[in-house]
Design a protein around this ligand. Structure first.
Ligand code: ADP
Ligand code: MG
Length: 484
């Protein structure tokens, strides 16, 4: 498709993201809500929907939904209640999903993303609480399907955006931001492989400048950020081609085929009233007090967007550095703990974003598992700042030793390995003489006026001293010697 044709259209995308809350027990009973387990082992009479059983709301799940709402700048809906969404499915024993409909727990909200044209807030519609269904498994036996109800009744929030994104990349960023946020405030592990975060993408196109929304399709159950991007790109192109060739977009539910990066229709969209929603009679509505909400707000950690701003403003870090430090809460926490021992913000940031992070990535560990204590890193930085060692000696000779021993000190290692920088004149003079004797031609050139060559001599002295020579002092001594 040519740019000219695709440029006539604007894509419109709205996402529905299901996030599994990391509570210990399910939304309406005490069954284990953890991932995995032998099939049908996390199933009490309530999960199995035996007649006469009643739901009991999990307070933690409500708390998590509110925390997420606060973190997204939503309005917390102080009067909200559950509703039955009625449909038949083998992995839904009650015959309805207990969800929220007209009165969800959080309203509105925003997620900041970065686009080609700068930063922008994606508008959210609402967040509601609901229970998950079980799992139907079709690929074990040829002749029949299996049902595992361990997941039935586990708590989810569904985060529904406004139709406010306009490219696969924007949608990708929105999902990543949400994933980061739920992990940051510790309400979900956001693990897409295990299905803790799943996304349905609603996609439509319209001519640029048009206000009315086009007919949308909904691509279901996208389980990786890669698939979200691919599915949206595929849909946009499919729709444009369809419309350009005189066709009309049908409202459909579609599925993504990751082996071909295409989508296919699974059903024409049901009418909106198919589910016969009505308020859940077995659960009382929630009345959330100001005090309760305020207490949850006060307990929230500083959010990544706040810290990114703070690190730039208070510590004069670049936006990039600040963002790197806030990629995960564990990194920001580590950064902050090093700052209790060091005020060289830039150096601490560089060490964490550089050697420390490479080590973490190479060894596939998390910051929590890092053996290097904040104190050790701060001491290492201080040795550099005091001119006792240089960065390259620190990173290649001392840092690896520190990682091996929690109790080791940078200074002791530097002393034992004879790595401390020296400004001892006699010692320096020996290296300087060696360097000069090695390059008589360059000395002549220098003395004829090519003063830039000083760097070459300093470099040679550094090499001869294996990084121990204090470059400032060396430069001084060299100049004195050569200028005579
Ligand atoms: P449903 O619950 O039937 O899926 P909603 O109207 O609640 O439908 O919308 C679900 C999602 O679809 C929301 O994220 C919304 O922003 C998005 N959406 C609605 N209409 C469009 C459209 N024409 N194009 C793209 N996204 C849309
Ligand atoms: Mg939907």
């Amino acid at each position: 498709m040519t740019k000219e044709i695709s440029g006539k259209y604007e894509a419109v995308i709205g996402l529905e993201i299901h996030v599994q809350l990391s509570t210990k027990s399910k939304l309406f009973c005490g069954d284990d809500a953890g991932f995995g387990g032998d099939p049908n082992t996390h199933v009490s009479a309530i999960t199995l929907a035996h007649p006469g059983t009643l739901p009991k709301l999990n307070k933690k799940a409500v708390e998590y939904a509110i925390k997420l709402g606060l973190a997204c700048n939503c309005k917390i809906n102080q009067y909200n209640f559950f509703a039955r969404k009625n449909y038949f499915y083998p992995d839904l024993p009650k015959g309805w999903q207990t969800s929220q409909h007209t009165h969800p727990i959080c309203l509105g909200g925003i997620i900041p993303i970065k686009t080609e044209n700068g930063k922008r807030d994606v508008q959210m519609h609402h967040i509601h609480l609901e229970e998950d269904a079980g799992k139907s498994i079709h690929d074990i036996y040829d002749d029949y399907s299996c049902v595992d109800l361990n997941r039935a009744g586990t708590p989810l929030v569904e985060i529904v955006s406004e139709p406010d994104m306009h490219s696969a990349d924007e949608a990708w960023q929105y999902v990543n931001e949400i994933r980061k946020l739920v992990r940051w405030i510790d309400v979900s592990d956001g693990n897409m492989e295990e299905g803790s975060l799943r996304c349905d993408a609603n996609v439509s196109i319209r001519l640029k400048g048009e206000i009315k929304l086009g007919t949308r399709v909904e691509v279901k159950n996208l389980n990786s950020t890669r698939n979200i991007k691919k599915a949206i790109d595929y849909e946009i192109e499919r729709m444009i081609k369809l419309v350009e060739s005189g066709g009309k977009v049908q409202q459909q539910t579609r599925s993504f085929d990751a082996s071909t990066d295409t989508t296919f229709s699974i059903r024409d969209k049901e009418e909106a009233n198919d589910y016969r929603y009505f308020p859940e009679p077995d659960l009382a509505p929630l009345h959330l007090s100001d005090e309760y909400i305020d207490a949850l707000k006060a307990a929230l950690p500083a959010l990544p967007s706040e810290l990114i701003e703070k690190y730039q403003k208070d510590f004069s870090l670049s936006e990039y550095d600040a963002e790197q430090l806030c990629a995960e809460k564990e990194i920001a926490d580590y950064f902050e703990s090093v700052l209790s021992y060091s005020k060289n913000y830039k150096a601490v940031a560089n060490w964490i974003n550089g050697p420390v992070r490479s080590y973490i990535n190479d060894n596939k560990i998390s910051f929590k598992e890092l053996s290097l204590s904040p104190n050790q890193l701060a001491d290492l930085i201080q040795l550099i700042d005091e001119g006792k060692i240089n960065f390259s000696v620190a990173s290649s000779h001392i840092f690896p030793e520190l990682l091996k021993d929690k109790n080791a000190s940078a200074f002791d290692i530097a002393t034992n390995k004879n790595l401390l920088q020296t400004s001892n004149d006699d010692e320096l003079q020996t290296w300087i003489d060696q360097a000069i004797n090695k390059m008589p031609d360059k000395v002549k050139e220098y003395q004829k006026g090519k003063k830039g060559l000083i760097g070459l001599f300093v470099g040679e002295v550094k090499k001869l001293s294996k990084g121990k020579a204090d470059p400032k002092k060396v430069t001084e001594l060299l100049q004195k010697k050569l200028d005579n």
